[in-house]
Ligand binder design. Structure first.
Ligand code: HEM
Length: 190
């Protein structure tokens, strides 16, 4: 009998993502928190100094996320994705795939609409006050307004997606106990 055949499905050891994928995942997760918090601080600040300094951090860290997404997609294609636990219901696999695609889309769409919101208003987009991103779009107040609306309104969809993603990971870790979270956890497989 093979070892897999002796082990119940919920305890079957499952693979891990590559170290590059794992580290980029958690770095992006941390940077997302920083970006969202500074975006909200900038929006709700009562002084223009605080608005501007929070926006500088927000736009800079948000742009770093945009760059990391390409590294993440490259890392994802360099090594096969470890299979999900055999006993996982099909609807959960489909829901996870849709959530992950939407999260990737958000990581690209937020920085682009954020950049358009500033650049098409004619504002310089500085990276940590060190240098400005090139201006790639003409000045257009209607583009700026649309991009800003998308950026601000889509935040609610993003929060819902993040909540779904986190709740699903915790459900698998603590209720189903099938090791799904461990696939994306740093360190050796337990
Ligand atoms: C993953 C990356 C990003 C996320 C998740 C994100 C999210 C957010 C959130 C939650 C807000 C607060 C909205 C509110 O006030 O209610 C915001 C505001 C803003 N963000 Fe981002 N953002 C990202 C990247 C960027 C980037 C790269 C830029 C610019 C280059 C940018 C430019 C802006 C601007 C200009 C606002 C203020 C919009 C306004 O009310 O006028 N964002 N963002």
């Amino acid at each position: 009998m093979t070892p897999a055949a002796e082990t119940p499905a919920a305890e079957t050891p499952i693979g891990k993502f590559s170290p590059a994928m794992i580290w980029i995942h958690w770095i992006v997760a941390a940077l997302m928190i920083v970006t969202i918090v500074y975006g909200l601080v900038s929006g709700y600040a009562t002084t223009s100094e605080l608005t501007q300094s929070a926006m500088l951090v927000h736009q800079s860290v948000g742009t770093v996320i945009f760059i990391l997404v390409f590294a993440r997609v490259a890392a994802r294609f360099m090594r096969p994705v470890p299979p999900l636990p055999p006993g996982m219901p099909q609807y959960q696999k489909v829901a996870a795939a849709i959530t992950h695609v939407l999260l990737y889309a958000a990581l690209v769409a937020f920085p682009i609409t954020g950049y358009l919101s500033l650049a098409s208003r004619g504002r310089a987009v500085s990276m940590f006050g060190l240098f400005d991103l090139p201006r790639m779009v003409p000045r257009s107040l209607s583009t700026a307004a649309t991009a800003t609306d998308l950026h601000v309104i889509a935040q609610w969809a993003l929060y819902a997606l993040i909540a779904l993603h986190v709740v699903a990971a915790l459900y698998h870790q603590f209720v189903v106990k099938d090791g799904v979270l461990m696939r994306m956890w740093p360190g050796r497989r337990p």
